[in-house]
Write a protein that binds this ligand. Structure first.
Ligand code: FES
Length: 577
């Protein structure tokens, strides 16, 4: 079946020498024989299943569906486990380990006889990690998303991942929800396998991968427990074999226009702020160093939010509703001329072939462009003397009254001191204050923990306050909401202006003008900068030290500097292998 293409795996298996015989011997050790692999593409099914990752708990079974598809199409399938990052369980932040997972996947592809890969991921950072690794390895790759979990449920109410946990936690703190009710809520909000079913980071990222063309059309919307997800897994397995024969590698799919499509779709989905970091990292790995914050801001001015899915909008729809409304192909058909539909995807065909026939089946879940959930894109990029390299805010999920705000800063250097204030019923804080948390960025966090949706002070919750302006160099969960300025770059830990703010300084935010300003004289800021002392290194050894020495700032995607060549392109495969 492979007369025209030379398989990479043949370097391990097809020669007539001692080393090759040993390789074949090791395959035979597992019960295989020549007929299993000879002349066939070796496809690694890279499976991020783990009992520490509930979002991927169905992958142990689903991998057999992928294998079925690969065998049906004449490939040779071998499962390969990868590290697994569950966003809810990993401390201090799964982003700290995204690049480690990416490096693991790149190097495992490189060092084994692998012709192509199926990437099984979905929980937040696993998606960009797997794709980053596959881009740099350069072999044909296709992504199988885990799929969103079922709706949450408690006491007759539908619950959405994250968003409702945050909301009811505040109600619990205010004494309006009992301990027993709270236990019922946390038991009912995650009812089975799959990723968070709001439009959080997981669903945003899998939609982005589909928009990039790296998974089968419609893949990102199918719920984890739906039988259609099993069929998707087998289809994915079948398709990767075809991709090997067509030599369809990530570099052919991941053009600059593909990334612009991803940004447009992200905006229309009301995406997680985390998407900015991951898209920039992916683009730069793929050799598009010119993809940056300005592309997001341009898109946000012209692309309305049309996916009416929590935490955007107030109708309470979740990913299952989105699937039944037609899923991502339907949303992309709605965006039409805003997209570059001539770009190709893993099928080898243009996006247009798959998107054009799609129909919106529920006009309230996927809104018309003329009746959006939010008139502009989900995210806005702010700049100013407090964030010279940019920061982000999510206007679609915040109180409009904070679109223009001027208030005194209440500054915290770490989370424990912030938490003491938040829990103090007599704290000196008003809703006009701007709560500022620093040393929570890429190096300071480390790994930018999702501390950016700073909880509201108990004192203000009891007064009925439900939003206020918060500023940090941290990230926030994609299921979060509120007037939270995030990803301030450069971060405080490396001496960014955030490090110079003092309690009582006035901070001015103007979202329509995309500005954020610290209202302090330049001369005074220079004096504070001269007095600033760099904090000591957090890590003396190991991965943490490598991360701290090489991690790039949020506006550059938080990749490692040494994983990018001078042009931002993949390092390729050295001849020594
Ligand atoms: Fe896994 Fe949300 S914790 S997707």
């Amino acid at each position: 079946m492979t007369d025209t293409i030379k398989l990479r795996s043949q370097r391990w298996l097809a020669n007539d020498d001692f080393r090759t015989a040993n390789h074949r011997s090791r395959f035979m050790q597992m019960g295989f024989e020549r007929k299993d692999w000879e002349g066939k593409p070796v496809v690694a099914i890279i499976n991020s299943w783990s009992e520490f990752n509930p979002c991927h708990s169905h992958f142990r079974q689903r991998v057999e569906d992928v294998r079925r598809g690969i065998l049906q199409e004449g490939g040779f399938a071998l499962e390969m486990p990868s590290m697994s990052l569950n966003d809810a369980l990993v401390k201090p932040s799964a982003l700290l380990y995204r690049n480690m997972m990416a490096m693991e996947i790149e190097e495992m592809i490189r060092c084994y006889p692998i012709d192509a890969v199926v990437l099984m991921g979905g929980c937040d950072k696993t998606t960009p990690a797997m794709l980053l690794g596959a881009i740099s390895a350069g072999v044909p790759a296709i992504f199988l998303p885990a799929g969103p979990m079922q709706r949450g449920h408690f006491g007759g109410r539908t619950l959405g991942s994250g968003s409702d946990a945050f909301k009811f936690w505040d109600e619990h703190r205010a004494g309006r929800i009992s301990d027993a009710q709270w236990e019922g809520i946390i038991g009912g909000i995650a009812r089975g396998p799959g990723t968070c079913m709001t439009m959080g980071t997981a669903s945003t990222m899998t939609a982005i991968v589909e928009a990039l063309g790296m998974s089968l059309p419609g893949a990102s919307s199918i719920p984890a427990v739906d039988a259609a997800h099993q069929r998707l897994a087998a289809q994915t397995g079948r398709r990767i074999v075809g991709m090997v024969l067509e030599n369809l590698r990530p570099a052919r799919i991941l053009t600059r226009c593909a990334f612009l499509n991803a940004i447009t779709v992200a905006m229309a989905m009301g995406c997680s702020t985390n998407a900015i970091i991951h898209i920039i990292a992916l683009a730069r790995r793929a050799g598009h160093a010119d993809v940056g914050l300005e592309d997001f801001d341009r898109a946000s001015r012209r692309v309305p939010v049309v996916a009416n899915i929590r935490p955007n909008g107030d109708s309470g729809y979740l990913m299952e509703d989105f699937f039944l409304a037609g899923g991502l192909p339907a949303l992309m058909s709605r965006l039409g001329a805003l997209l570059h539909l001539d770009e190709i995807c893993v099928t080898g065909e243009s996006l247009r072939v798959h998107v054009s026939p799609a129909q919106v089946l529920n006009e309230d879940v996927i809104r018309p462009l003329a009746r959006p959930v939010y008139g502009e894109g989900a995210l806005a990029v702010l700049r100013g003397n407090l964030a010279p390299d940019g920061c982000v805010i999510k206007p679609s999920a915040m109180s409009p009254k904070f679109m223009n705000h001027r208030g005194p800063a209440l500054v915290f250097d770490d989370y424990p001191s912030l938490k003491r204030m938040l829990d103090d019923p007599d704290a000196e804080v008003t809703e006009d204050h701007v709560i500022l948390l620093r040393n929570a960025g890429p190096k300071g966090g480390p790994g930018m923990p999702e501390w950016g949706m700073i909880p509201l002070p108990l004192k203000l919750i009891r007064q009925g306050v439900r939003d206020m302006l918060r500023v940090s160099d941290a990230r926030m969960s994609g299921t979060s909401y509120g007037a939270c300025v995030l990803h301030v770059a450069p971060e405080a830990w490396v001496g960014g202006p955030l490090a110079l703010v003092q309690t009582g300084d006035l901070i001015v935010v103007d979202v329509p003008a995309r500005r954020i300003r610290l209202d302090v004289e330049d001369a005074e800021l220079d004096r504070r900068r001269a007095a600033w002392v760099a904090p000591p290194a957090r890590f003396g050894r190991g991965y943490g030290r490598m991360f701290a020495e090489h991690i790039l700032q949020a506006d550059q995607g938080c990749d490692m500097d040494f994983l990018l060549t001078q042009t931002g392109a993949s390092a390729g495969e050295p001849d020594i292998f």
